[in-house]
Design a binder for this molecule. Structure first.
Ligand SMILES: Nc1ncnc2c1ncn2[C@@H]1O[C@H](COP(=O)(O)OP(=O)(O)O)[C@@H](O)[C@H]1O
Ligand SMILES: [Mg+2]
Length: 355
């Protein structure tokens, strides 16, 4: 087990910079998720940690030592890939044992390690089977087992669940999370899926264009996004953004009335973020934001209905509680309570605060 530190870490491919000098500390035992859109540098960063990519600048430290020049196997870090390559002609036990191929251990020690790993992953009764006779989730566990058997200081996962169907993905999220709880080994996990980030991470690292935008717990990022990008990236459906102006100590938004807010001191053009779950259809007014809107589309989900509205010039998504499904074309009133607005400077898109 070990702390991993990224100090001004840079990756260049020829003249293109994929990673722009990022700083990050991953504590021993932490579950850290890198999240961001495709191409933002997540895999490149992970591969530099693993030793699969040369580092162009800055330092990578594992357990306090600079390891920039160390070979992957000297770093004792295990990587689990998206296309988990398990060998069809080998049994589950042999696949797991393959992780020990170069280990200096007796055969008996290897067998014991394979048995323990199988047990932790719930594969102990399947060690003699071939992968073809396994479910998708079991195969994924074999791939994890092969990484685990070496007792690495950290696991690196690169979008390991993106090939699985939604139900299995949800199950594997919880399995990997529970594995982390039992082993306590540092995990660095890359995904473009904010739900995976929110549900699994101790610490989320939001990346964009080769930079780190924000680091924080899932709750931190949800409650205090530093800018419009993070605000819209975290949370589903995405946060609504409407334009407004703060002038003379008052906030005005076309098509809405607002009252009872404590506003930030900065005046001028403002973007107002409202999460769909804070914009409630049919709720009585009072302090907060009140508006009416025309229903453009509805998504009844059973427990709630997502209602797509035109509110002034803006397209927004609101939530209708219970089993209410408003008619398309009808006019509904919506309300967001005081404290639920996220304000951003319209030019820089940086957060101004909550109101
Ligand atoms: N081997 C490579 N050669 C040149 N450019 C690359 C290479 N690998 C990745 N890149 C570029 O680096 C950037 C980051 O890629 P990557 O780390 O794979 O992003 P992510 O994993 O976040 O989708 C992208 O612009 C990508 O095109
Ligand atoms: Mg990638």
């Amino acid at each position: 087990m070990a702390k991993i530190e990224l100090q001004k870490l840079v990756k260049e491919y020829g003249k293109t910079r994929a990673v722009h000098g990022i700083d990050l500390t991953i504590e021993d035992g932490e579950f850290v998720v890198f999240v961001g859109p495709s191409g933002c540098g997540k895999s490149t960063t992970l591969r530099m940690i693993a030793g699969l990519e040369d580092i162009s600048g800055g330092n990578l430290l594992i357990g306090g030592e600079v390891v920039n020049q160390r070979e992957p196997k000297q770093r004792n870090i295990a990587m689990v890939f998206q296309n988990y390559a398990i060998y069809p002609h080998m049994t589950v036990g042999q696949n797991i044992g393959f992780g020990l191929y170069t280990a200096k251990m007796t055969k008996a020690e290897k067998q014991q390690r394979i048995a323990e790993t199988g047990k932790i992953l719930g594969l102990e009764k399947l060690l003699d089977r071939r992968p073809a006779a396994l479910s998708g989730g079991q195969r994924q566990r074999v791939a994890i087992g092969r990484a685990m058997v070496r007792d690495p200081v950290a696991f690196l996962f690169d979008e390991p669940l993106s090939n699985l169907d939604a139900q299995l993905r949800a199950q594997m999220r919880m399995e990997i999370k529970s594995l982390h709880r039992r082993l306590g080994t540092t995990i660095v996990y890359v995904t473009h899926d904010q739900v995976e980030a929110m549900t699994m991470a101790d610490k989320i690292v939001v990346m964009r264009d080769g930079n780190i935008l924000q680091v924080g717990s899932p709750t931190d990022l949800y409650e205090n996004p530093v800018d419009v990008f993070t605000a819209r990236f975290i949370g589903s459906p995405s946060m609504n953004m409407v334009e407004g102006v703060i002038a003379g100590g008052a906030l005005s938004i076309e098509g809405a009335t607002v009252s009872g807010f404590t506003l930030p001191s900065q005046e001028g053009k403002t973007l107002i973020g409202i999460r769909p779950h804070d914009l409630v259809v049919g709720e009585a007014g009072g302090a907060g934001l009140s508006a009416s809107g025309t229903v453009e589309a509805v998504e009844p989900l059973g427990s709630e209905t997502l209602v797509h509205l035109t509110m002034g010039k803006a397209q927004v998504i609101a939530t209708a509680p219970g089993r209410v499904v408003p008619a398309i074309g009808s006019t509904v009133s919506v309300h967001a309570g005081a404290g639920s607005l996220y304000l951003f400077d319209a030019a820089s898109e940086k957060a101004l605060g909550r109101a």
